[in-house]
Design a protein around this ligand. Structure first.
Ligand code: 4AD
Ligand code: MG
Length: 443
């Protein structure tokens, strides 16, 4: 039996999300003033505490005059404690209201320096500059809640299937996903790079524990200014010894279905407040369609894309492939030359790699990339040399092919792309608390 959930760490107050348990009782809420509606002798402070929003009702005739006056002039986002009796009210947003008996102000936002984000419309740049405050809005709180649920679901998925979490380093000596998107940092007398992916270390871990995953921030010096690219994003990456491409395609399919199912189960309220069409998410049940790169190119040409066999898909191509579908699409066997050095070639057709990209439905594009790794030392050395990667930096990686090399496969799923899709957001900038992009490093 799990221990009973404590209502609040702060013994002086209850949490708004638990308000129903206190119907008819007098309670205290601690939070911030979200909005204030006044109508003559009654004032309606809308209070948020991070767990929910509660409408309070302050009636002039029922309160000492100084308390009523304190409430009347209260400024947006002032912090406060409010005491009152909980009353069921079907018309109220959460089904309950609080009849105020007392209110104390913890910190009052001064009139001459009001809270910058008002209920009126603001431009995106203004909101991004005030991201540290914007997070308080109910839409952002809903996204944070869904993001948390997605991350928890990913961890549960792997933990429940016997995977061992092995943390991989952030400071690395070499590239994993191509040398053009590396962030270089000074490292004492030398230099280092911020990791692009934990994969290479995951491969070492898989040879130690069989099934592993890592989950952490990854970095790409992407000069692309698109709705799908961040320079810092979080990636969950499983790696499995002895697994083949087909095995990890199935694993990816199960992971995505599990995550969507969990959010639908636990975060209906958040999805509703984001006005997400959940009927489309509900259709996201396996099996997901699978398509070879060759067929995808044919499909794209029919839809008017300029793609030629051998080229990588652009964002528009991914959108074209996934926009009509309600299920994620697994595209496999891309030409080796558009993929990273570590990809195993298909023995039946060495010009294509045993790799897979999962494209989210509704035009959201790639959420997962992965596949089977090159297990042969000689071919791997060739690839490293072809791609002009510094051989010394990969000696340890080559050791994995020298001591009991086995077929192995894995993938990486970008958390922000998944949050964008599940929440129905049109840009990844709202999927992470403090986004890092080509032109944004603050706050
Ligand atoms: O396809 P990618 O580059 O694959 C890898 O990094 C592999 N080493 C993973 C592995 O096999 N262990 O990236 C994987 C996923 C993408 O599908 C996408 O969801 C996300 O990471 N991603 C980004 N998300 C936001 N901004 C970016 N700039 C991203 N680049 C990749
Ligand atoms: Mg990729």
């Amino acid at each position: 039996m799990p221990p009973p959930e404590r209502d609040s760490l702060v013994p002086s107050a209850i949490e708004i999300r638990n308000i129903a348990q206190f119907a008819g009782q007098e309670v205290r809420i601690e939070g911030w003033l979200y909005n204030l509606r006044e109508s003559g002798k009654i004032v309606f402070p809308l209070v948020r505490d991070g767990t929910g929003i509660l409408q309070c009702v302050a009636v002039k005739s029922a309160l000492p005059p100084e308390v009523f006056e304190r409430i009347r002039g209260l400024t947006q986002e002032s912090s406060l404690g409010v005491t009152g009796r909980v009353r069921q009210e079907k018309r109220a947003p959460g089904g309950y209201e609080l009849d105020v008996t007392d209110l104390d102000v913890i910190h009052r936002v001064p009139e001459d320096r009001p809270y910058p984000i008002t209920p009126k419309e603001h431009g995106v740049d203004f909101l991004m500059d005030h991201r540290h405050l914007w997070l308080r809005s109910s839409r952002q709180r809903a996204i944070l809640g869904v993001r948390h649920e997605i991350i928890r679901a990913c961890r549960d998925f792997f933990d429940d299937r016997g995977f061992t979490l092995v943390d991989t380093p952030i400071l690395t000596p070499s590239a994993c996903e191509g040398t053009t998107t590396l962030f270089e940092v000074a490292y004492f007398e030398d230099k280092a790079f911020l990791t692009q992916s934990g994969q290479l270390y995951n491969e070492a871990a898989a040879m130690a524990v069989g099934k592993t995953y890592c989950f952490g921030p990854t970095f790409r010096a992407e000069k692309s200014k698109t709705r799908r690219h961040l320079t810092e994003f979080w990636m969950i990456e499983p790696e499995v010894a002895f697994a083949r491409l087909d095995d990890v395609m199935t694993l990816a399919e199960q992971l995505v279905a599990f995550v969507v199912g969990r959010v639908l189960e636990k975060r209906r309220g958040e999805l509703k407040s984001l006005e997400r069409d959940v009927s489309r998410l509900e259709k996201c049940v396996p099996p997901f369609p699978r398509l070879a790169y060759d067929e995808a190119v044919k499909m794209l040409k029919e839809k008017g894309s300029a793609i030629e066999w051998g080229g990588d898909f652009g964002g528009t191509d991914e959108t074209l492939l996934s926009q009509d579908s309600d299920k994620p699409l697994l595209v496999h066997r891309y030409p080796s030359r558009v993929k990273a050095f570590y990809m195993a070639p298909d023995p039946a057709r060495p010009e294509v790699a045993l790799c897979v990209d999962v494209l989210a439905p509704e035009g959201y594009g790639e959420i997962i990339g992965g596949g089977e790794r090159l297990a042969d030392e000689r071919v791997l050395v060739e690839r490293i040399e072809e791609q002009k990667l510094p051989r010394e930096a990969f000696e340890w990686y080559l050791d994995l092919r020298r001591y009991g090399s086995v077929p192995h496969s894995g993938f990486g799923m970008g958390i922000e792309r998944v949050v964008a899709w599940i929440c129905g957001l049109d840009h990844v900038r709202e999927t992470i608390p403090f986004p890092r992009m080509l032109y944004r490093l603050t706050p």
